[in-house]
Design a protein around this ligand. Structure first.
Ligand SMILES: [Zn+2]
Length: 441
């Protein structure tokens, strides 16, 4: 990930000088003063922003890669405007109307006006700092050649909960991290009291894969990110169980145990639940004498504010009409344009690699009466029916009157195993729709 260049904000001295030489908004024709004065108390309230002619952050409006940090934060690159116009010159929809030359011309006019009226604003230290802070907040997030992963990470550690999702946008909040997993001591046939051997319990984590990567057994899945107004990132999944047991080898041997098997479950990836870790003791003929399972953590959870489609809704008012992988597609005027899709065979690359599958989900419904967002999951399962990736699809109440909606979602998957994989839309433990794909290696 490449971090975008971000020049420092202007100094307090520069800001004091700027305000001392301007009275009103620099936008051509705008007369709004830079501070509002309450008529009764004569108290001043900041009503302006410090605008950059060439953006402070790489990739921002009128960005000039040749500028040094000092040039970027100097008087000549700054113009004061009312809050509304500070926004207008920078937002994506209108920025192309405001070239650096236009802004420089307006700045010249602002200074000429000052020369005539000789009226500006005397700022103390705190006022200048307030102007700097308010303007810094309005800078937009610029990312170049980089992915912004808003989702939380699966828990790192035995029984750790998954991280909550992040959120960007006004009034948005990140999701909650998952709870840690439960702790359980197994007792019963062929076990001994753990307390007697407590100093011997040592497990080293994480476990290393054959390719050198690390994984954490049974940790919870990650939360989902959210970008937009009033959204909430997804909550992280719960952690997996931690199970402790002290096996009585003498009694196991006496009952005919010849082999042990331990399958260590991996932590959830891409929002999928963690796998269970299973211990089995076998007789020579293959019979299982004892089995102990530590359940893996939950995957990505539905945010609390959203109600998961119920089986009753699925049978009466809600239906998935399309669920399939596509090569390329877009939605225009409510129509879906697909270039290649519906394939049933996927030739997996030789080396294990994670890639994104574009999946189209179309759905329809009738008469949803309340105003609670509805949601369901789309998951990818491998040929062992193990969930490998999970995403949440949410329908906002604003869409309810339309009675249908289409989504294109990217699902990250590493097709490590050949065989029949499936894409499954599900909610409240019931399958809403499914689609199979044969993975060929
Ligand atoms: Zn203005």
């Amino acid at each position: 990930m490449k971090i975008a260049i971000e020049h420092p904000m202007p100094t307090v001295a520069t800001i004091k000088r700027l305000y001392a030489h301007a009275f009103s908004c620099g936008y051509d024709g705008c007369k709004r003063p830079l501070y509002r004065i309450d008529e009764q108390s004569s108290e001043r309230t900041l009503a302006s922003r410090i605008c950059h002619i060439h953006a402070r952050c790489e990739g921002g409006p009128r960005w000039d890669p040749q500028q040094t940090p000092e040039q970027n934060r100097s008087d000549s690159n700054l113009i004061l405007m009312c809050i509304e116009h500070a926004d207008v010159i920078d937002v994506a929809a209108t920025v192309s109307n405001y070239s650096a030359q236009i802004l420089r011309d307006w700045k010249t006019k602002q200074i000429e006006t000052f020369d005539k009226i000789r009226q500006g604003w005397m700022l103390n230290e705190a006022m200048a700092q307030e102007a700097i802070d308010s303007s810094a907040q309005s800078s937009t997030l610029n990312l170049q050649n980089s992915n912004l992963n808003l989702g939380g990470k699966g828990g790192a550690g035995w029984g750790a909960g998954g991280g909550g999702g992040g959120a960007i946008g006004p009034n948005s909040i990140g999701g909650r991290g998952g709870d840690g997993g439960d702790y359980r001591v197994v007792t019963g046939p062929h076990t001994l009291p753990i307390e007697k051997f407590s100093e011997n319990r040592r497990i080293s984590l994480p476990i290393q894969n054959s390719d050198g990567s690390l994984f954490f057994p049974g940790a919870g899945g990650d939360g989902q990110g959210a970008q937009g107004d009033n959204l909430r990132g997804g909550d992280g999944g719960h952690g997996g169980e931690t199970v402790e047991v002290m096996l009585d080898c003498k009694s196991l041997r006496e009952s005919g145990t010849s082999n042990f098997e331990i399958i260590v479950g991996k932590g959830g990836e891409f929002g999928a639940p963690g796998e269970s870790t299973i211990f089995r003791a076998y007789r020579e003929n293959g019979d299982v004498i004892k089995e102990i399972e530590a359940r893996g953590g939950d995957g990505k959870k539905m945010p609390e504010s959203t109600s998961e489609i119920t089986p009753n809704e699925a049978s009466k008012i809600f239906r998935i009409t399309t669920l399939m992988p596509v090569n390329s597609c877009e939605i225009q005027n409510g129509c879906l344009f697909i270039l290649g899709g519906g394939w049933r065979t996927f030739y997996a690359p030789e080396t294990p690699i994670s890639g994104a599958w574009k999946i189209v989900v179309a759905m329809e419904w009738t008469s949803i009466e309340d105003h609670k967002p509805r949601g369901f999951f789309v998951s990818i399962f491998d040929s062992n029916r193990q969930e490998k990736s999970r995403k949440i699809v949410e329908i906002h109440p604003d869409f309810f009157p339309l009675e249908n909606s289409m989504w294109i979602i990217d699902m990250i998957v590493s097709p490590t195993m050949s065989g029949r994989w499936s894409i499954i839309a599900h909610a409240s433990g019931e399958i809403l729709s499914s689609y199979y794909i044969n993975i060929v290696k």
